[in-house]
Ligand binder design. Structure first.
Ligand SMILES: [Fe+2]
Length: 186
């Protein structure tokens, strides 16, 4: 059989670390989605690179949109010490998280018809990247450090809604996602 090999998209990536939000956004825009994993491993962002985009709330961590287009969404989360997400899924999409500072904990649960079972618990240090997608289960994240924390979340494609566990009813509810701020990068 003489079948033509499928062409893979051209890569525009270099090995250089990504040290600013605008560099990261440009690299993501210019690359196919199957390169997002390698791009996320090149991110080297410090607090000073993200603090201009920060907003804070004592009620809940804030979600600050850095970029949204048809293919992906990039969001800066700003966490007061102790703030955590409810247990949630990812709307059928892929999610990479880069942790800028502080110390975080991820708890992954297996979701079956009757109950949530804790599968693993991970302490996350600055500079780490984690990955989640729905077939791995559902998870929660918490800033367990004693300082304000930053994390950068890349979703491909953007997540319009996801299933969030309601602790009172002990059921998942479909919740629309929203932003606290939507930043226009120049
Ligand atoms: Fe998540």
């Amino acid at each position: 059989m003489n079948s033509k090999p499928q062409e893979s998209p051209l890569s525009t990536q270099s090995d250089e670390p990504l040290t600013s939000i605008s560099q990261l956004v440009e690299e993501l825009k210019g690359s196919p989605t199957n390169e997002f994993v390698s791009i996320s491993k090149k991110v080297r962002l410090a607090v000073s690179d993200v603090s201009d985009y920060a907003t804070w709330s004592t009620k809940k961590y804030t979600r600050n949109c850095l970029e949204i287009n048809d293919r992906f969404e990039l969001i800066l989360l700003c966490w007061e010490p102790g703030q955590k997400t409810p247990i949630h899924d990812h709307g059928g999409e892929e999610c990479w998280v880069y942790f800028v500072n502080s110390k975080f904990e991820e708890i992954v649960y297996k979701k079956d018809a009757l109950a949530l079972k804790e599968k693993r618990r991970l302490a996350i240090l600055p500079g780490s990247v984690t990955y989640m997608t729905d077939f791995m289960g559902v998870h929660s994240l918490q800033n367990i450090g004693d300082q304000r924390g930053f994390s950068i979340h890349l979703y491909a494609k953007p997540i319009k809604s996801c299933n969030v566990f309601n602790q009172d009813s002990e059921k998942f509810e479909l919740v629309e996602m929203n932003y606290d701020t939507h930043i226009e990068l120049t």
